[in-house]
Design a protein around this ligand. Structure first.
Ligand SMILES: Nc1ncnc2c1ncn2[C@@H]1O[C@H](COP(=O)(O)OP(=O)(O)O)[C@@H](O)[C@H]1O
Ligand SMILES: [Mg+2]
Length: 136
């Protein structure tokens, strides 16, 4: 069920999500440009006490170090075809990460590892709100 969330609600949402996710979890983040996917990723990194870990090997993958392990953020927006995700080896990335967050997972096709949680964000009637929905 979709709920309206404001920017002020995001840290709470992120903390709840972070606490609910087992080690090795994968989260898919769907939604239009500007729907708030990256904002939620950054809030989850904050909730986890994580800081940027190292300069990325791939422009599409950013890793954060948290006390519980690596948090990987993958943004597939720039993939033109799913097979461009092959080099990213998302399955291996997810296997060694505490948490893997994937924006635009649809663009990676079957190269995106299956999600524990699939969040959909969308614009709401009021511009200062977003709708947040757990698809799975
Ligand atoms: N829950 C929210 N409520 C209101 N504004 C938000 C929310 N999440 C993000 N925004 C705002 O929307 C804009 C785009 O957010 P961003 O996270 O970059 O979107 P995306 O990654 O989905 O393209 C930013 O200016 C951000 O401050
Ligand atoms: Mg984004």
């Amino acid at each position: 069920m979709a709920r309206d969330v404001s920017l002020a609600d995001i840290d709470r949402e992120a903390l709840d999500l972070w606490r609910s996710l087992p080690s090795g979890a994968v989260v898919w983040l769907s939604g239009d440009l500007g729907a708030g996917k990256t904002t939620l990723v950054q809030a989850i990194a904050r909730a986890a006490g994580a800081t940027p870990a190292r300069s990325p090997t791939f422009a599409l993958v950013h890793e954060y170090a948290s006390p519980e392990g690596t948090i990987a953020h993958v943004d597939c927006y720039r993939l033109r075809r799913p097979d461009e995700a092959l080099d990213l080896d998302l399955a291996a990335l997810a296997a060694r990460s505490r948490l893997t967050l994937i924006e635009w997972p649809e663009r990676a096709g079957h190269f995106a590892p299956d999600p524990n949680v699939h969040v959909r964000l969308s614009h709401a009637a009021r511009p200062e709100l977003r709708q947040l929905e757990h698809v799975t």
